[in-house]
Design a protein around this ligand. Structure first.
Ligand SMILES: Cc1cc2nc3c(=O)[nH]c(=O)nc-3n(C[C@H](O)[C@H](O)[C@H](O)COP(=O)(O)OP(=O)(O)OC[C@H]3O[C@@H](n4cnc5c(N)ncnc54)[C@H](O)[C@@H]3O)c2cc1C
Length: 395
């Protein structure tokens, strides 16, 4: 029996492993399905990783390597967890076959994946050259493959801009970024930098109608200002629109939150079976690596407390309301100084973010929300102690 078994060797899993080891937890095992630990950063060759959690400015592959070194615990690679068993068990698929392991606590840190073309209902033919940002980055960075020369990038989330940097690395010149909304999803200067530094036009208010080409992509047809336009290109990078990598969860005994698509958790990151915790982007799509790493440290602290039997119950149910798409955590224990809620809006909206305890407003603040942008609100726990139900809403 391990003390803690961690599923996923990305920034969340590896940071938690290090924190648990430093807290004195002895038998920690990390399990990773790919041959190399590090998670998504392994294929993002641009700078910008490690600033918040390591106070360094690294490329993704360097950041991934540093995280794995600092974890200082055994990492079982080429090993996929295929089932979660009540009370802290997992089934592993290894090079040598299937095996069951048990741990006092299991941390789920399986990250996110991009919604594929099929799930986005993109119409048109099915030529080669349509891929997610993650697949594109893996091809260019790990395989040294240049899949196309003049793609369009669909989406303007932060990762869409990461795709542009990878494209530059591979000497690939995107012909345009396409965004259906009237403004980009990432923070505003990103589009200016894209136009001026990378010379890539950012077309907002533009809807992809169909992809054209028989064997390879030859172009896309978009709608702009009520008119159809043809853009000649040889590939499409379908970026953003992330969903938690929750395949394991959906066939498990653990409760899933339908709004985030991740596990239903309490404010300690604990799942509906108290032997399981969750951290990283599996909790919700999508956060940058620094935020994920800091959250993983906090979750490791709670796992440590839980091993000592010192974590309270979390009976308070939390639900999103108004124009919120989701809120996390979904349950809470109002102990300590404050409770922090993280949420996302359905669409761009300026309004009031409110916390209601049994229907009464106990905290509020004005926010300017964008669909993929984190919004948070903290409430002093003393205002929640008598509450039975909490609603976090955007009006
Ligand atoms: C294209 C792209 C570009 C990005 N660019 C940036 C950036 O520039 N800067 C930044 O800060 N953030 C960036 N991000 C976000 C960043 O990648 C994430 O915040 C971070 O990787 C999340 O860490 P994680 O540990 O939650 O998940 P991941 O990094 O996804 O790690 C999850 C790990 O779990 C493993 N796994 C999954 N299922 C199983 C299973 N069943 N069994 C065993 N192992 C499993 C996976 O193989 C993976 O290694 C980017 C994300 C994407 C997709």
């Amino acid at each position: 029996m391990h003390d803690v078994l961690i599923i996923g060797a990305g920034p969340a899993g590896l940071t938690a492993a290090r924190s648990l080891r430093e807290a004195g937890v002895k038998d920690i095992l990390v399990v990773e399905r790919t041959p190399t630990p590090g998670g998504l950063p392994r294929f993002a060759g641009h700078l910008g990783w490690g600033m918040l959690d390591r106070q360094r400015l690294w490329t993704g592959p360097v950041y991934a390597r540093k995280l794995a070194e600092a974890a200082g615990v055994p990492i079982m690679t080429d090993t996929t967890v295929t089932a979660l068993l009540p009370g802290g068990g997992v089934m592993l698929s290894t090079r040598h076959g299937m095996e069951e392991r048990r741990a006092k606590r299991v941390l789920l840190a399986t990250g996110i994946r991009e919604m594929p073309r099929s799930a986005r209902l993109l119409s048109g033919s099915r030529p080669w050259g349509v891929m997610s940002t993650g697949a594109f980055q893996e091809l260019v960075m790990a395989g040294g493959v240049v899949p196309f020369r003049r793609p369009v990038v669909l989406g303007t989330e932060l990762v869409s801009f990461s795709a542009l940097l990878t494209a530059r690395h591979g000497k690939i010149k995107p012909v345009a970024m396409i965004e259906e909304a009237p403004r980009i999803t990432a923070r505003q200067p990103a589009d200016l930098l894209t136009r001026t530094l990378l010379g890539v036009p950012v077309l907002t208010g533009t809807r992809l109608l169909r992809i054209e080409g028989k064997e390879r992509v030859t172009g896309v047809v978009v709608e702009r200002g009520g008119r159809e336009e043809h853009i000649s290109c040889d590939g499409v990078i379908v970026s953003g629109k992330f969903v938690p990598e929750a395949a394991l969860l959906r066939v498990s005994h653990l409760a899933v939150d339908q709004a985030t698509g991740g596990p239903a958790i309490d404010n300690f990151g604990r799942c509906s079976d108290p032997a399981f915790f969750a951290s990283g982007n599996l909790r919700r799509p999508v956060e940058h690596s620094g935020a994920v790493a800091l959250e993983a440290r906090r979750t490791a602290g709670f796992i440590h407390q839980s091993l000592a039997g010192a974590l309270p119950e979390a009976p308070l149910a939390i639900a999103p309301g108004g124009k919120l798409r989701w809120v996390t955590p979904q349950r809470a224990s109002p102990v300590g100084e404050t409770l922090r809620f993280e949420a996302r809006a359905e669409r761009a909206k300026r309004g009031m973010l409110r916390v209601l305890a049994d229907g009464k407003v106990v905290q509020e603040k004005p926010v300017s929300a964008l669909p993929e942008r984190r919004i948070t609100i903290e409430v002093p726990c003393r205002r929640l102690r008598a509450a039975r139900q909490i609603e976090v809403r955007l009006d």
